[in-house]
Every structure is written in structure tokens, then in C-alpha cells.
Ligand binder design. Structure first.
Ligand SMILES: Nc1nc2c(c(=O)[nH]1)N[C@H]1C(S)=C(S)[C@@H](COP(=O)(O)OP(=O)(O)OC[C@H]3O[C@@H](n4cnc5c(=O)[nH]c(N)nc54)[C@H](O)[C@@H]3O)O[C@H]1N2
Ligand SMILES: Nc1nc2c(c(=O)[nH]1)N[C@H]1C(S)=C(S)[C@@H](COP(=O)(O)OP(=O)(O)OC[C@H]3O[C@@H](n4cnc5c(=O)[nH]c(N)nc54)[C@H](O)[C@@H]3O)O[C@H]1N2
Ligand code: SF4
Ligand SMILES: [Mo]
Length: 778
């Protein structure tokens, strides 16, 4: 086998992939003759990571052999959360679980059990399948409304494909924009190499981020240090400069976007065939063709579309309607946001806005990377839509060095299967926002159903690799919800705070101990991620658990007897063109690209066949099809009464390069790098309140109060602070304590009062709060 290289001393090198983050870098695991993992190195054969690794991945031996890891299934014997457990076998665990699930289903219906996970760790498809299987409701009690879904869905609604995230062509770009994204830390191994190379050949760099400690901020040509959550104003002002200074790509905008599409002015709806002609086609969207002087369908080839048409149109019902174009309607919204006006709202000097917009728009090819800084906001739909528009009108969509479509995510459907139509009405929606675009149950609302039994009782929650007491907003409320359950099952590496509340805690194998397919949907590259060592103790993989559990309850959905059979089916469904056995043998396989991807040639898979600035599907879903400069729903501007008490805008959850969310604070050599939770705020606040560096302080919000160590800085606006998330675990070897009951958990502070209207995202990155000096004895 190419993927296992024997060593002269009886040991071996195993080619596999690190699974400590989404990057899944290719690695070489050295295993000695006794089967023990000795070391892990990057594998230069991986075309993405090119042999690089980060500190988390390089800690594999420590994580694998960490004595604090879970070893065998544990069942609760005391009160919930009391910490009393009995060790049981896997057979006992699965028998007991099956019986509990069947009993609860009998009593309350299949929809009473929610399935979930945390961020993607290779099993999104199986967690989704568990939720959908056998007539259940896809509650998907996972942080999808917070992470990736808004970005992905907004792109699909506008373009029928997904051009940000891994779609950034850093290597060929003349200008790189990190907009609320710190990928050199969060997907370090690809991005650092690519960005470094591009910088060496002179690519410009723009960092749009409130925090000057972003690792690229000081290297950037433009650092745009904006107020958290004010991104729509900045994006509007960029568009203002680009549209008014005529810096956009005329040909692409006219021919490949729906900028020329006609709208009934005021009503903001497309002028369709049925409106202008009796018996006309309501699906047909019209444009004005300058060549023929006619209104024609937007799909008509060879036309000369008028992007600025304005006039009165005779409708089929005899009335007349004022008509404008998408371009003009967008421009009307954009015109209000001159750099000077936007500057008042986003706190960025107008000249910085102007110069950075020009740099982006005039680069021959430019790529924008967006992520959590934008997503975790109640106005995320607006910013994401505006950024997508910028990419398109500057001609950077599907262009070398710009933003390219990722072919993969639309292959998820066959793997998860779909919930039956009849179950869709059982999805649980959040009544604090319309959630017009978010298709599945909303996590916050499902937690509420656990507490209240409304709209119906949710009595069970089965999850792998997730820690909702760390990921969800308002930790205290989540804890209260979980305490109401009849069944809580948690599969993890460690006894996390969520595990502590469970009935059944299941031990998961580390990536060095398990066979997996990387990645989930077999995108461009697929890897046979094979185990380097035999699983220790009684650990099993998450894939094994979902398959075994599924097979017991719903064999028609889970017919596979072994993981290998499941992998083969997965490879077949995703057209990878390889079997598991072959893949394991060669480790890496290149998946043929889908031929339909040349959108510039064949048009975009959207209702208008074009990249949609005006998202037609959003109109149908009840959302605003155009972006607006919406303020976060709780902020210094929108809720001044709250801001009077809590004047700081807190960014919760900015990442550390060495930790993965709440994991790995127990690994001594990682913990030494950042030993304690630090809240970062401006030096002037420390001076005013008499707070010293590293002094423990309170951070208070309308939702709760936590404690962290003070780290004053000059790298932030005095009205902003940074509050990292994920702190619960102690590190006995270094004599460092844990932080129980959410006492240093950023989500103890975050609001469950306001949500984004389209994706139901909470405003984690603009949490109103204040720093308070501790009194003696506190
Ligand atoms: N305030 C605030 N909240 C946030 C965020 C933020 O920025 N700010 N970020 C949000 C985002 S983007 C996300 S994705 C979520 C993340 O939320 P989660 O993914 O739930 O993150 P963790 O809290 O680290 O919990 C994951 C658990 O899985 C365990 N684990 C790790 N690998 C494996 C594995 O392979 N198998 C099993 N069974 N267990 C494993 C870890 O030990 C850990 O206890 O948090 C969200 N919450
Ligand atoms: N080491 C490590 N890597 C990770 C993770 C981890 O926990 N640790 N988590 C993984 C997961 S699940 C995710 S989703 C990704 C997230 O990856 P990223 O989004 O790249 O990383 P973050 O640090 O969460 O946030 C990016 C930046 O957003 C900025 N920001 C905050 N608020 C705003 C705002 O309002 N506007 C703008 N423009 N910027 C703002 C922050 O200062 C930060 O620099 O990382 C993944 N990779
Ligand atoms: S970036 Fe680090 S943690 Fe992520 S896969 Fe690569 S080595 Fe592992
Ligand atoms: Mo995430």
C-alpha cells in the first residue's frame, strides 16, 4: 500500500489527515513497532497544505494519549449533572439507548428527539441523516444558523453556487481582502502559504476587521478598522465609490448579472411576462433591449440590455406602472451611503473607505474572504449579499484570482436524505425573528421547546462532537433547557460541560485512531483518512456510532453492516470515482470536476440565469431581495437605552490559533501559550477604572456576568472589546483551574433577544457589555 510505508526497525509511516480543524491537512504519522504513535509531520504531497501543520495538529500524540480523555461508555447513576457514572459496555449503551428512544418516540412522536453536533468534523452528513431518518424532523440542533449556513445559503440564493470560503483564489489574486475573517489562523495551512506567495509577487492586502491584532493588519495596504456589526455601511460605501466612480466591470454586470432586470418601482417586484401581456409567462423576467427597443425575457441571447431603463409601462390590466432596473434600485439604496455618511456609522475615516474601495475595484483580479466576523451578526444577510454584489460587479466572480465556485456542497443531499414533506410543518421556528430563509428548526427555539413543551415537547437530544453549553448564545438558558430533558446523549473526547449533564456519555476515537473519509462530500480532493494506531480503550468513531445506532433503529435508512460499506456508498453517491479500499491504499484521490460548472459560459443556476444582485428566490421566501444598511438589532445605535448601561461593543469568540473552540485547554504545552482567559480592551478604560494588566475583572451584559483577566491594548477602538469563547477546562499539569458554571464562558453574556430575520443568527460579535473592576474579595 502506498499509504503505509514500513520502516526498517519494524515501525511504519501512515499517510492520513489531521482532523483537528476543517483544513484536514495531509500528515505523516510515525508509529513504532509496538503500535505507538511517536510523531506527526506534515505531508508535502497534500496539494492544499503542502506539508504545513499547525500547533493543534502537531499535538496529536498529546491529545491521543491525554489521560483525561474519555475511555468507555458511561451511564448516569446519580441526579442529572451530579457527576456519578457507571461504566457500561457498548452493547449495553446501544441497547439502553434504543429502548429510551423507542419509549420516547412512542409517548411523544419521533419529533421529540433532536439530533446534532458542533462544527463539522467529518460527519455532517450522518448527523443530518440521523435527524431525517424514518420520518423524524430535521431539528439539526447544531450551530448552523451561526456558522457557514448564512454564507452558503446567501451565495446559493444569489448565484446558485458558493464562491467565498474555500473559493478564494489567493494564489492568483492581485488583491486579497480579509473581511471579518482570519483564515491565516483559522485555516492556517492553506491560506498562509497562498497569501504569503501572493504578497511576495506584489498582491495588495486589505483587512476589514475591528481588531488591529489581526495577524495581517499591520502588513495590510489598507487596515479598515470598523465598528463590530457595521459592515453593511462599509459595503454600501464601497459600492457607492465603485458605482459613482465607474470602477465596476461593465460587461460582466450587464451580461452576467441581473442588474438590467426590470422592477416595478416602489413595489420592488420584477416586471414579469404575465404583468405586461394577457396570458404572458409569470416566470419570465423582463429587461429592456436597446437594440430592438423591446421588453424581452432576460434569458434572450444576443441582446443589448439597458441597465438604467426608467419609464412607465402599460400593464395587461390597463394600468400603467413606473419601472426601473435592479441596478437603479440598488444605486438608490447605495447613494445614501457616501463614505462620509458611512463613516459616522462604521467609525472608519472616509478616506480609508474610498482608498480601500478603489484598491479592490481596480485590481485586475481580487478575492474577498469573509467569515465569522460577518456571519455572527443580526445583519449578516445584508453584509453577505453586499459582499456578493461587490464580487460580481467588479468582475471577480468565477475569474482566475477572484472568487471561484466550490463544487461540493450541493452533493450533501443524497447523503443526508430528506425529511418527509409531512414532517416539515413540525419544524420549530423562533418567534423572535421571521427566519424566512432558514429552512430547518432553529436551535434557540428547540431549546425553548425543551423548557416549555411548546409547540410540542422535545424530550431527547443526541449529539456527537458538540458542546452547546459553549456554542449557543445565553449559556444559562441552554443549561436550563438541557436539565429539562429525559434523554441527553453526548459523544466526545472529554467530559465537557454538556457531557456532565448527560445520561449517556460516549467515548470518541481521535483522528489518529479511526478510519474516515475526508471530506464529507468528496469535493475536489478526497482522502482515505486511515487510522495510525488501533483505538485505545473502548473508543469508537462518530461514524461507527451513527451507523450502528441508525442500523438498529432504522435499518432501511442505514442498511450498512460496516463502516467500509458506508464509505463505499458515500463515494458512489458523490461520484468520487474510487472505492474505499482503493482510496485507503493510495490515500489521496482527485475527484473529476462537474462539467456544468462553467457559469460564465452556460449561465448561473438561478431563476434569471444570471448572478443575482437582486435575489429573486429571497422575494419568494419573504425576505428583502435587495440588501439594506441594517444596523445590528442590539447596538449603540439601535438600543441606546441598553448601551447607556453597557457601552462597549463586545466581539465574543474570536479564535486562538492553538485552541479549537472549547477544546485542548487541558494540553499543557498549548495551555502554556494562552494560560488564562483574557478580555482585551483599550488602555484608556484600564486607566479610567484603575485596572492593572492581568487583573481579574467582571464583564457584564444584560444577559449575564463572567470573569476574565484584563489585557489592555492600543489595538482596539476604546468603544470595543474582545471576549474569547470556549473557556471551561482546567489543566492539572500546569496547576491551572477550570471555569465551572459558565463563569468565564463568553456565551454567558450573549443575547437570546434578537436574531437575524433570514437565518436566525444571534448577534454574537456585537454584544453590548461593560468592564467592571472587582471589589476586594470578589
Ligand atoms: N460567542 C460565540 N459563540 C460561538 C462562536 C463564536 O465565535 N462566538 N462560534 C460558533 C461557531 S462558528 C461554531 S462552529 C460553534 C462550535 O461549537 P462546537 O463544535 O460544539 O465546539 P466545542 O465547544 O469545542 O465542542 C466540541 C466538542 O467536541 C469534542 N470533539 C472534538 N473532536 C471530536 C470528534 O472528532 N468526535 C467527537 N465525538 N468529539 C469531538 C471536543 O472535545 C468538544 O468538547 O461555536 C459557535 N459559538
Ligand atoms: N485555531 C482555530 N481555528 C478554527 C476554529 C477554532 O476554534 N480555532 N474554529 C473553526 C470554525 S468552526 C470557524 S467558523 C472558523 C472561523 O474563522 P474566522 O472567521 O476566520 O475567525 P474568527 O477569529 O472567528 O473571526 C475572524 C475575525 O472577525 C473579526 N470580527 C469580529 N467582529 C467583526 C465585525 O463585526 N466585522 C468584521 N469585519 N470583523 C469582525 C475578528 O476580530 C476576527 O479577526 O474558524 C475555524 N478554524
Ligand atoms: S490546520 Fe492544524 S489543526 Fe487544522 S488540519 Fe491542519 S494541522 Fe490539523
Ligand atoms: Mo464554525
Amino acid at each position: 500500500m502506498d499509504s503505509v510505508i514500513p520502516l526498517p526497525d519494524g515501525g511504519k509511516i501512515v499517510k492520513t489527515n489531521c482532523f483537528e480543524c476543517h483544513a484536514k491537512c495531509g500528515v505523516l504519522c510515525e508509529v513504532d513497532k509496538d503500535g505507538e504513535l511517536v510523531s506527526v509531520k506534515g505531508n508535502p504531497e497534500d496539494p492544499r497544505s503542502e506539508g504545513r501543520m499547525c500547533g493543534k495538529g502537531l499535538s496529536a500524540t498529546r491529545i491521543l494519549y491525554d489521560p483525561d480523555r474519555l475511555r468507555w461508555p458511561l451511564r448516569r447513576v446519580g441526579e442529572r449533572g451530579e457527576g456519578k457514572w457507571e461504566r457500561i459496555t457498548w452493547d449495553e449503551a446501544l441497547d439502553w439507548l434504543q429502548e429510551r428512544v423507542e419509549a420516547l418516540t412512542e409517548e411523544y412522536g419521533a419529533e421529540t428527539i433532536a439530533y446534532g453536533q458542533g462544527t463539522g468534523r467529518g460527519t455532517n452528513q450522518w448527523t443530518g441523516r440521523a435527524g431525517n431518518a424514518g420520518g423524524r424532523v430535521h431539528h439539526s440542533l447544531s450551530p448552523g444558523n451561526i456558522c457557514l449556513v448564512p454564507m452558503m445559503v446567501q451565495a446559493f440564493l444569489q448565484y446558485g453556487m458558493f464562491p467565498t470560503f474555500d473559493g478564494c483564489d489567493f494564489d492568483n489574486a492581485d488583491c486579497i481582502v480579509f473581511w471579518g475573517a482570519n483564515s491565516v489562523w483559522t485555516e492556517p495551512t492553506y491560506t498562509s502559504g497562498q497569501v504569503g506567495r501572493s504578497r511576495d509577487r506584489g498582491a495588495k492586502l486589505i483587512v476589514i476587521d475591528p481588531f488591529f491584532e489581526h495577524p495581517l493588519a499591520a502588513k495590510a495596504d489598507h487596515f479598515v478598522g470598523l465598528r463590530p456589526g457595521s459592515d453593511p455601511y462599509l459595503a454600501m460605501a464601497w459600492l457607492n465609490v465603485i458605482m459613482n466612480e465607474d470602477l465596476y466591470d461593465h460587461e460582466f454586470t450587464q451580461k452576467f448579472t441581473n442588474a438590467p432586470m426590470l422592477l416595478i418601482e416602489g413595489a420592488n417586484v420584477p416586471l414579469n411576462g404575465a404583468l405586461v401581456e394577457e396570458g404572458g409567462n409569470p416566470q419570465s423576467m423582463l429587461v429592456f433591449d436597446k437594440a430592438s427597443g423591446q421588453f424581452v425575457d432576460i434569458h434572450t441571447p444576443g441582446i443589448d440590455e439597458d441597465m438604467n431603463y426608467h419609464g412607465l409601462v402599460q400593464l395587461a390590466d390597463g394600468s400603467q406602472a413606473p419601472v426601473t432596473t435592479v441596478w437603479s434600485a440598488l444605486k438608490q439604496r447605495v447613494d445614501e451611503w457616501t463614505p462620509e455618511h458611512a463613516s459616522e456609522m462604521c467609525w472608519v475615516p472616509a478616506e480609508v473607505i474610498r482608498q480601500s474601495a478603489r484598491t479592490y475595484a481596480t485590481a485586475p483580479a481580487a478575492t474577498i474572504n469573509v467569515f465569522q466576523g460577518i456571519e455572527e451578526q443580526t445583519n449578516c444577510k445584508d453584509t453577505l449579499q453586499l459582499v456578493n454584489i461587490l464580487i460580481a460587479i467588479c468582475g471577480n466572480l468565477e475569474k482566475k484570482g477572484g472568487n471561484l465556485s466550490m463544487p461540493f456542497w450541493n452533493q450533501m443531499g443524497p447523503l443526508t436524505g430528506a425529511e418527509p414533506e409531512t414532517q416539515k410543518e413540525l419544524r420549530i421556528v423562533n418567534d423572535k425573528a421571521s427566519g424566512s430563509v432558514y429552512g430547518i428548526s432553529n436551535p434557540t427555539a428547540v431549546f425553548e421547546a425543551m423548557r416549555t413543551g411548546k409547540p410540542y415537547p422535545v424530550r431527547g437530544y443526541i449529539m456527537v462532537q458538540g458542546n452547546p453549553l459553549s456554542w449557543s448564545e445565553n449559556t444559562a438558558l441552554v443549561k436550563e433547557s438541557l436539565l429539562c430533558l429525559d434523554l441527553l446523549v453526548c459523544m466526545d473526547y472529554y467530559m465537557s460541560p454538556t457531557c456532565e449533564l448527560a445520561d449517556l456519555v460516549l467515548p470518541s476515537t481521535h483522528w489518529t485512531e479511526r478510519d474516515y473519509l475526508a471530506d464529507e462530500v468528496c469535493s475536489e480532493w478526497v482522502f482515505g483518512q486511515q487510522k495510525a494506531v488501533e483505538p485505545l480503550y473502548e473508543r469508537k468513531s462518530d461514524v461507527w456510532f451513527w451507523r450502528e445506532f441508525g442500523h438498529r433503529l432504522n435499518p432501511e435508512w442505514w442498511p450498512w453492516e460496516t463502516d467500509e460499506e458506508l464509505f463505499d456508498w458515500q463515494l458512489e453517491q458523490t461520484h468520487a470515482g474510487v472505492t474505499w479500499e482503493e482510496l485507503k491504499g493510495k490515500w489521496i484521490h482527485h475527484v473529476p470536476q462537474m462539467p456544468s460548472r462553467d457559469y460564465r459560459e452556460h449561465g448561473f443556476p438561478t431563476p434569471s440565469g444570471r448572478a443575482e444582485l437582486y435575489a429573486v428566490v429571497e422575494l419568494i421566501m419573504g425576505a428583502d431581495p435587495l440588501p439594506a444598511a441594517n444596523e445590528p438589532k442590539e447596538s449603540v445605535f439601535s438600543t441606546p437605552e441598553i448601551a447607556a448601561e453597557y457601552p462597549l461593543t463586545g466581539i465574543t469568540g474570536r479564535r486562538y490559533p492553538i485552541y479549537y473552540h472549547s477544546a485542548y485547554r487541558g494540553i499543557p504545552h498549548l495551555r502554556e501559550i494562552v494560560p488564562e482567559p483574557q478580555v482585551i480592551f483599550h488602555r484608556s478604560i484600564a486607566e479610567k477604572l484603575g485596572i492593572d494588566y492581568a487583573e481579574w475583572v467582571w464583564i457584564e451584559s444584560p444577559t449575564g456576568r463572567i470573569t476574565m483577566k484584563a489585557r489592555p491594548t492600543d489595538g482596539l477602538d476604546p468603544r470595543v472589546c474582545v471576549i474569547p469563547h470556549g473557556w471551561w477546562q482546567g489543566c492539572a499539569k500546569l496547576g491551572l483551574p477550570g471555569y465551572p458554571d459558565g463563569m468565564s464562558n463568553a456565551n454567558t453574556l450573549t443575547s437570546d433577544r434578537v436574531y437575524n430575520d433570514e437565518f436566525l443568527t444571534p448577534g454574537l460579535r456585537s454584544t453590548l457589555c461593560r468592564i467592571v473592576k472587582k471589589k476586594g474579595g470578589e
